[in-house]
Design a binder for this molecule. Sequence first.
Ligand code: GLN
Length: 536
Amino acid sequence: MEPKYIFVTGGVVSSLGKGIISSSLARLLLSRGFRVTIQKFDPYLNIDPGTLNPYEHGECYVTADGHEADLDLGHYERFTDIKTSKSNSITTGRIYQSVIDKERRGDYLGKTVQIIPHITDEIKRNIVMLGETGDFDFVITEIGGTVGDIESTPFLEAVRQLKWELGKRAVSLHLTYVPYLKAAKELKTKPTQHSVKQLQAIGIQPNILILRTEKEIPDAMREKVARFCNVPAEAVLQSVDASSIYHVPSMMHSQHLDELVLDLTGTEHRNEPDHNAWNKFLRLLDGARDEVSIGLVGKYVELQDAYKSINESLIQAAAYCGRKLNLVYINSEKVCGTDMCGMLSDLDGVIIAPGFGKRGIEGKLSAIRWCRENNIPTFGICLGMQCMVIEFARNVLGMPDANSTEMDPLTPDNVIDLMESQKGVTEKGGTMRLGAYDCRLAEGSTARKAYGAEMVRERHRHRYEFNSEYRTRFEDAGLRCVGENPETGLVEVVEIPALRWFVGTQYHPEYQSTVLHPNPLFMSFINAAIEHRERN
Ligand code: GLN
């Protein structure tokens, strides 16, 4: 079957959850046996979000092929188990770069290179690229930003042209917001009408409208929106605030979103969707009564999205362990020198977050020390693992000034040091050790037991590594290097076997945890946290 394209745009305000709607639709189509992929087009000029501060744009997600991508790709993978790649995340910066490269090469020789048609053609070429591989029945394309933004105009023009060219093979789904005015006790559809008008002015008639709302939208209001927006009433759906984003696929299915898309694209309704595994997860998630309390020590804790994949991995693992997750954010900049016991003693487990730079490091080190000395299940991820190594060097090996050369280039004990391959790298964008690499796990280690496998493959994003010159000193004192890259010997996992659960990974297991396949290390950590809770 020829690939069908679904374009997802957003109106009124940002953060309505286009990524969740796109992922939910993908989930539904996949459950019906179709081959689906999702891609995101972001209208900013950065080549990728790798150079963005998490305060600007939330977590930077990493694909298996080593692309630093928008965090929505994390949702795509968590909902669908699809492995995304560099082709699934495109920015204005990449589009312009490729057009300018072509101009320099002489590809447009003689022509004036312009936004229309050259930029829009490049966008179109990228939109259909995955579809043209023949690997997919449906390509869902999410356009970042909000309709009406100056910077999304070329993307919307490309969508308009593609809709025209593809005819029935293209569907436009527009997500808008219906605010509830408390004082007037009323839901208001005017912003939606305006947003659809803006889209129509660009030349795009949406086929499906999804109204984000905190209250149920009455039928009469749905019909009113339909009438004013030229969309049939049955294609005006609502997306009411849900207790979990993982309920959205079934909320969409109950309003026939998948059937609508099949009808609009003239696709045969193959099978009824199979939601068994997904629903089993939802039953566990909703049924959990007892809690498990996990602390997350990091410097971006004011911003929910900064540790998105870790949060979701914890929610998934907790649900599969029959627990409700109580996630406590601990600002690593504020914990140093404070009463660690007061802050951490009610927790069943502690995560030491990834990150970059010096800020908040001393707080992470004090938290690790307290957890190590009190035998609390502790999970260090990337910078968190590096901090576990530094803390152990300082307080167990008697190297008071041990550090990572990232924090102190002149440290006498560079237990964490710049990777050889990074020396001489000056460009910041896309130059870290990125993407999936193999890791061999030692017999008898907690990590090996958790995965039930000797070889695993997880994703990375770092420049610094454990300095192997110190390895025997660490191992003799009880911190073991239990995971390493089979080609380079780079230390990927450290553990203190004498403690209940004290594991640090140089890689980011959170990038590969999905609803249907929770990451084994997170499962093992949550199980240890539950045991710890029950012991107390
Ligand atoms: N800053 C550390 C490094 O570059 C850790 C990176 C991370 O936590 N993602 O090695």
